[in-house]
Design a protein around this ligand. Sequence first.
Ligand SMILES: Cc1cc2nc3c(=O)[nH]c(=O)nc-3n(C[C@H](O)[C@H](O)[C@H](O)COP(=O)(O)OP(=O)(O)OC[C@H]3O[C@@H](n4cnc5c(N)ncnc54)[C@H](O)[C@@H]3O)c2cc1C
Ligand code: FES
Length: 272
Amino acid sequence: MKSTLHASIISNNQMAKDIFCLKLYEPETVKASQPGQFINIKCSLDENGVDPYLRRPISIADIDKKSGTMDIIYQVRGRGTKVLSERKSEETINFMGPLGNSFDTQAAPEHAIIVGGGIGVFPLLYLAKELKTKKKTILLGFRNKDAVVLENEFCSVADNLIIYTDDGSYGEKGLVTTAFAPFGELAVPESEKDGTAFFTCGPEMMMKRLVHISDEIGITGQLSIERRMACGIGACLVCVCKLKDSDDAEGFKYSHACKDGPIFWKEDLFFD
Ligand SMILES: Cc1cc2nc3c(=O)[nH]c(=O)nc-3n(C[C@H](O)[C@H](O)[C@H](O)COP(=O)(O)OP(=O)(O)OC[C@H]3O[C@@H](n4cnc5c(N)ncnc54)[C@H](O)[C@@H]3O)c2cc1C
Ligand code: FES
């Protein structure tokens, strides 16, 4: 059973409109963490407060083992993240973690294609830094120019970084899935398919489309799925997702995104 931990807030800086980076000092969690894991944060201003009552899951976006710090990058969406954005440096924050499983970083020895959309971009930075793949192609999609963050950080670890915006106000115009299309510029030659895999996090529609295209290309991949969560440790069933199960008459079984995920191989996920 995971216990609650406390971290000191080093900083909580705004990076873009409604996007904040919370830097936390908690060396033991930093040491134990893997790319793709998340922490479940008590956002309330007062540590014993109940506004909001439930913790909020946010991915670990980056770590620095030397300084014992981790970065949590989040978009203000509702009450929880709004209150979180008001937390100040030198305060203490209560959280559980690191939680969930992690990306299999051995999955793509030759070529990793990392695809992120919206808030799904944040956890992919830690992954991109840890992957030891020969080649890294990184495709990131944002709403518009004002929402673009982490470009330099991704650029420093990518062989090829392409940024897409929905309205074309920055980078390429269109959906991030475009470059991934079978006949697009990143089509994977037959000889490279075994050593190539995609890694993705973002809106469900985007990830479904990626799975479809990757089936056509013939490469495997891992997805970080987002579900609403409460306990974050497999106790409340809020985060249910479906996995393929050939023994079941309906072809699927239920699983916990928080405990068994949030990362799944595309071959295991059952999309409705
Ligand atoms: C494993 C995991 C990792 C996550 N990592 C990040 C991250 O790195 N950065 C980040 O900004 N956000 C991340 N999220 C989403 C984040 O947890 C939600 O945005 C947050 O809980 C919203 O809380 P709130 O109180 O501000 O908003 P609420 O008032 O609870 O909800 C406001 C809006 O946000 C939507 N929302 C709520 N929960 C989720 C969710 N789990 N996924 C998608 N949309 C949601 C609601 O549908 C609603 O439209 C992650 C979620 C999960 C499950
Ligand atoms: S959030 Fe409670 S079981 Fe997953």
